[in-house]
Design a protein around this ligand. Structure first.
Ligand code: NAD
Ligand code: USQ
Length: 397
């Protein structure tokens, strides 16, 4: 299968590109390297030393004999170039990872709010408009997020995979209607994913585009079999207050002896998936596209749910590192339960990787190996959801 991977330089996109190439697919990465530029803007670096795209692709070819193409293009602004690429390369599918993905970064300032909306919404719309314009039957797989559903909206009922059947009262009695699950975004970033959903619904209906939207939970881990082949292929490991996600942050903090930064009581329950399952799920989605004229195919791409304080407790018990309950810089429910339907990937053969001591240790070993690259001043999350919530004094190391 010929696949374009937009955002293929990122944390999920890079291992996915290698995995798809390894499986024999013909892969070309499209990325504007904006994530690397944001590292520069924030004065941070991935904990792991990621190589330039040139070195990454050269190493992959040297080790496997397989070639991955690369095009530096901004999905949100370089529309004509995108159209030409689709026309020339005629891919079977496009995987769309190419968005600004950090909730804290999206809430950092009016500039980052506007950038996140402009980048993500324009990028998604450009892709769909270009696919329609080519007239080609290109399948689209997009990375959405579990956060589109919000937390606790439907009480203890499991969050369905995208759609909800509701009863609509009419003068002639109730009728059943299937609707997109109500959107309840918790940040400007999550808001962009809910806007993406409406764009997809429109183009699936109006233009019969074949679209899959993967509502992914928080990805943890860093290496896959392919990225572990050589240090030049290593995946990124974000640990800073904006881009680092909770479980990887705790593992990195444990590796350098930093108290585990639980926001508030840690009663937030979230969905998780290991990076090795992310790459498998993408291939399953690519090989099971919806029919033209069908609705958007939605999967919940999660394998487990955990409460933040339970993760902190687990890692604290494994490592002896203490837990610090910090004021929460976000506006979010202090406590929530989470019950998620995740049957579709299981039915298509996903064998979930679950959290285990071995995997936690593998990740902590990586953090440990590169601990000298950590900038401890960047660990505390400082982007706040509303002015006036500015938090907390520095943790004393
Ligand atoms: P990332 O920031 O590491 O990677 C995103 C990549 O997209 C980067 O390489 C960036 O340079 C590129 N990009 C951004 N805007 C672009 C544009 N306009 N044109 C071209 N390239 C652009 O993020 P990630 O963690 O790999 O996430 C990938 C996708 O998966 C995102 O859409 C994110 O919302 C979703 N997701 C991630 C997680 C997670 O825990 N990391 C969880 C759920 C969903
Ligand atoms: N949290 C802490 N301590 C920390 C970091 C986070 O307690 O040091 C808490 C947060 O307050 C939040 C929870 O952990 O309640 C999750 O935060 P996160 O940063 O791990 O994840 P989130 O902001 O939700 O975003 C990440 C990805 C995003 C993806 C999303 C999936 O960055 O791209 O869409 O996970 S989901 O959460 O399912 O919507």
């Amino acid at each position: 299968m010929k696949v374009l991977v937009i955002g293929g330089d990122g944390f999920c996109g890079w291992p996915t590109s290698l995995y798809l190439s390894d499986q024999g697919h013909d892969v070309t990465i499209i990325d504007n390297l904006s994530r690397r530029a944001i590292d520069g803007e924030l004065g941070i670096e991935s904990l792991t030393p990621i190589s330039s795209m040139e070195v990454r692709l050269g190493a992959w070819k040297e080790l496997t004999g397989k070639e991955i193409g690369f095009i530096n293009l901004d999905l949100a602004t370089d529309y004509e170039e995108l159209l030409n690429i689709l026309r020339d390369s005629q891919p079977d599918a496009v995987v769309h990872f190419g968005e600004q993905r950090a909730a804290p970064y999206s809430m950092r300032s009016d500039t980052t709010k506007r950038y996140t909306i402009d980048n993500n919404v324009r990028g998604t719309h450009n892709l769909l408009a270009a696919v329609v314009e080519t007239g080609q039957n290109i399948a689209i797989v997009h990375l959405g997020t579990m956060g589109v559903y919000g937390y606790g909206w439907s009480g203890s009922a499991p969050i369905p995979e995208g759609y909800l059947t509701v009863k609509v009262p009419t003068p002639d009695g109730e009728i059943d209607r299937e609707i997109l699950h109500p959107a309840n975004p918790g940040s400007v970033y999550h808001l962009t994913k809910t806007l993406d959903q409406l764009i997809f619904a429109f183009y699936a209906s109006n233009d019969q585009l074949r679209i899959t939207d993967l509502h992914q939970g928080i990805v943890w881990g860093t290496q896959t079999d392919q990225t572990a082949l050589d240090e030049r292929l290593i995946n990124r490991f974000d640990y800073d207050g904006d881009y680092g996600t909770v479980l990887n942050r705790f593992l990195m903090q444990a590796a350098i002896g930093h108290p585990l930064t639980v926001h508030g009581t840690g009663g937030q329950t979230r969905a998780f998936i290991h990076i090795r399952d992310t790459v498998r799920c993408i291939e399953i989605a690519l090989t099971n596209p919806p029919e033209a004229g069908g609705k958007v195919s939605v999967f919940n791409q999660v394998t487990e749910t955990y409460r933040v304080r339970d993760l902190a407790q687990l890692i604290s018990e494994l490592t002896g590192i203490e837990i610090a309950n910090l004021p929460n810089p976000r506006r979010e429910a202090a406590e929530n339960d989470l019950n998620v339907s995740r049957d579709r990937f299981l039915a298509l053969g996903l064998n979930p990787t679950t959290l285990s001591e071995g995997l936690l240790e593998e990740c902590r070993d990586i953090a440990n190996k590169y601990r000298d690259r950590a900038d401890t001043t960047k660990i505390i999350a400082r982007s706040v959801w509303k002015k006036g919530m500015e938090t907390s004094p520095d943790l004393v190391m």
